[in-house]
Ligand binder design. Structure first.
Ligand SMILES: NC(=O)c1ccc[n+]([C@@H]2O[C@H](COP(=O)([O-])OP(=O)(O)OC[C@H]3O[C@@H](n4cnc5c(N)ncnc54)[C@H](O)[C@@H]3O)[C@@H](O)[C@H]2O)c1
Length: 442
């Protein structure tokens, strides 16, 4: 066994701030409030119901993760956020239409108290939102906006008496933009903030404000936010964890479950066509081609990395991968994702797999946002800073060190996450070798 890492205790309240108080964020708040009243179960959350094996299989030590590592308890969470619309969390949850009204009513009094702070918002970065009514004044520079956000964080801290804060981006997907000079180091970025450089996105202003305020930042959307060199540098300098990006729900979750299995059995894939219909506000934003581009980039990379066509050109070299998202209002948050997978096996004989996933986007995303908030806080207390690759499990495009490729296989990601928890607590890492149960030496 190794020495356990020094982890500061999870005493006091933990503030969870979400830029964006739409479908995912309000489903997160309402779910946690309901779970702590015992009205519903937090299914889908590894931190709340997952167990972790410790030691040998015949040791029978399988504690709950939340009993094994010192996580903040649901009772200690305090939610807050920013949104470009002034609806409080109760009204926003009703409009999002994810949860049944009776679920929202059951925690209505608490949701009504969560009012959005005015957003740092720029319609150039999110085009399909109309009639926004809760935006910080546009005068001043982007640095002034960052300072206004830092003041919001300070006020939130003192008004709610929270000991620690984490930020989880639950805002709309911003339009696609590549890295530019202004993102390359902290000095250029800060100069860019003072000159209101057009390549600095609102999400990057939130992330800068978070890190300057010693607040870990997790990015639930596919936009470029903490995955820029300037932000990695800032996170390391300030000793604050960052992670991203894009919650791994729905179709990509299925892809990262199915693709490793096909590859494990050395089955070839000729084509993978994925199409979705969804009718929530996220779908409306993604109807804009530039916002879709951010999403497309994040969805397409996954298969390539899992299947490794460079190692298996005969199986995956010709793979045709297409992803479509169509905005279809009647469906609301209840997305339907179809996958047609053309595979081949022994002697090249073709086969097909069809997946029709009738999912609920925010029902899948909310537990990920919760786990990220709790694990990012744990990482901070454990003295971890910069990129938290061990949280890849939660993301479509996991942030990683520049010299390695990202790990997208859900099962490798889970093993990585659990081994990181074991390592923090000074427990033996589990290799699944299995020889210890057999007497091979005789
Ligand atoms: N639901 C899922 O399964 C899922 C999965 C992966 C990623 N995501 C991403 O999570 C994000 C949230 O999804 P959602 O379904 O809650 O969307 P949503 O449209 O319901 O909510 C997003 C909210 O962000 C607000 N917003 C936009 N720009 C902002 C800014 N600069 N500051 C503050 N608020 C801002 C919008 O007004 C809106 O209320 C999206 O980017 C989405 O792509 C969602």
């Amino acid at each position: 066994m190794s020495k356990p890492v020094d982890i500061a205790p999870a005493t006091g309240k933990l503030g969870v701030l979400t830029p964006g108080m739409g479908a995912v964020a309000t489903t997160l708040y309402a779910g946690v409030l309901a779970a702590r009243k015992g009205l519903a179960q937090p299914y889908g959350s590894l931190t709340q119901i997952g167990h972790i094996r410790l030691g040998r299989r015949d040791d029978a030590r399988n504690p709950l993760i939340k009993d094994f590592v010192p996580l903040a308890s649901l009772d200690d969470l305090v939610f807050g956020g920013w949104d470009a619309y002034s609806d409080d969390a109760y009204a926003a949850a009703m409009k999002a239409g994810v949860l049944e009204p009776h679920h929202i009513e059951a925690v209505g009094d608490e949701l009504r108290l969560i009012e959005p702070m005015p957003a740092v918002f720029d319609p150039k970065w999110v085009r399909n939102l109309n009639g926004v009514d809760n935006v910080k004044p546009a005068e001043g520079t982007k640095m002034d906006q960052a300072e206004a956000l830092m003041a919001d964080i300070d006020r939130f801290r003192s008004e709610h008496g929270v000991e620690r804060v984490v930020m989880v981006w639950c805002g709309s997907t911003e339009t696609y933009k590549d890295l530019s000079e202004v993102h390359m180091d902290l000095e250029s970025f800060e100069k860019g903030l003072k000159e209101s450089h057009p390549d600095i996105a609102p999400s990057q202003i939130y992330a800068y404000a978070a890190l300057q305020s010693d607040v870990p930042f997790a990015n639930g959307a596919p936009n470029l936010t903490v995955d820029i060199p300037a932000m990695v540098q800032l996170a390391e300098e300030r000793g604050v964890p960052i992670s991203g990006k894009d919650f791994k729900t729905g179709q990509t979750l299925m892809k990262t479950i199915v693709a490793p299995g096909l590859k494990a059995r050395m089955l070839g894939v000729r084509g993978w066509f994925s199409t979705n219909i969804l009718g929530n506000r996220d779908g409306e934003v993604l109807d804009d081609p530039d916002s879709f581009k951010s999403k497309e980039v994040s969805k397409l990379g996954v298969l390539e990395q899992i299947l490794q066509p460079e190692l298996y050109p005969e199986l995956y070299g010709e793979l045709y991968h297409k992803v479509r998202i169509n905005y279809y209002p009647p469906r609301g948050d209840e997305k339907e994702g179809w996958d047609n997978i053309d595979i081949f096996g022994w002697l090249g004989y073709p086969m097909q797999i069809k997946i029709d996933f009738l999912c609920r986007d925010s029902i899948l995303a909310a537990p990920l946002a919760l786990d990220l908030a709790l694990f990012m806080d744990l990482a901070h207390r454990a003295g971890r800073k910069g990129i938290q690759e061990w949280l890849s499990f939660y993301y479509k495009t996991p942030q990683h060190a520049p010299e390695v490729y990202p790990e997208n296989d859900l099962f490798i990601q889970l093993a990585k996450l659990k081994n990181n928890l074991r390592q923090m607590m000074g427990e033996e890492l589990i290799t699944h070798l299995g020889t210890e149960y057999y007497d091979y030496e005789k």
